[in-house]
Ligand binder design. Structure first.
Ligand code: HEC
Length: 131
C-alpha cells in the first residue's frame, strides 16, 4: 500500500540504523533469536514523549478517558476499561495503533505524524518493553 511505503521511508530517514528487519511478523523471529536484544526504539526516550505530548491531555491521572492512562508504561500496558490497547509483538492487533492510524486519536488536534506512528509500531513489534 502506498501509505505503508511512505511511512516506511519516513522511518528509514528518522531511525536509519539497522532497522531493515522490522516489517510486520518478521521482527518477532528476528528479535527472539537476537541475543544482544538491541532494540531500535526506547519507550522512555521515544514513545513516552510522543504519548505525553499528544495523548496525556485526555489519558492521564487527571483525565483518563475510558480508564486509559498513557502517561506511564504501566498505564499503556494496563489498557482501558475495555481491555488492552497494546498487544506486545503485534502492532496490527493493537487498538492503540488502529486508533491513531484511522485518525480517531487524538480526538482533538493534529493526527500523529507517520514517522511517530512507525516508531510506536516498531516499539510494539519489538515486544513493547519498558526500555
Ligand atoms: C481530546 C481528548 C483526547 C486525546 C488528546 C486523545 N484521546 Fe484517546 N480517547 C478519548 C476519548 C473521549 C475516548 C473514548 C471515546 C472514543 O473511543 O472515541 C478515547 C479512546 C481511546 C482509545 C480506545 C480505548 C478503548 O479501549 O476503546 C484509545 C486506544 C485511545 N483513545 C488512544 C489515544 C492515543 C494513542 C492518543 C494520543 C495519540 C489519544 N488517545 C489522545 C479522548 C482523547
Amino acid at each position: 500500500m502506498l501509505l505503508r511505503a511512505d511511512v516506511f521511508s519516513a522511518l528509514a530517514v528518522t531511525v536509519g540504523f539497522g532497522l531493515t528487519i522490522h516489517a510486520g511478523a518478521d521482527v518477532r523471529s528476528a528479535s527472539s533469536s537476537d541475543e544482544t536484544s538491541s532494540h531500535a526504539v526506547s519507550f522512555a526516550d521515544q514513545i513516552a514523549p510522543i504519548l505525553e505530548a499528544r495523548c496525556s491531555e485526555c489519558h492521564s491521572a487527571e483525565s483518563s478517558e475510558l480508564g486509559l492512562r498513557l502517561d506511564s508504561y504501566e498505564g499503556v500496558m494496563a489498557g482501558s476499561d475495555y481491555g488492552t490497547v497494546v498487544e506486545a509483538g503485534d502492532p496490527d492487533g493493537s487498538l492503540l495503533i488502529e486508533m491513531i492510524e484511522s485518525g480517531d486519536m487524538p480526538e482533538d488536534g493534529d493526527p500523529v505524524p507517520a514517522d511517530e506512528i512507525e516508531l510506536i509500531r516498531t516499539w510494539i513489534a519489538e515486544g513493547a518493553e519498558n526500555n
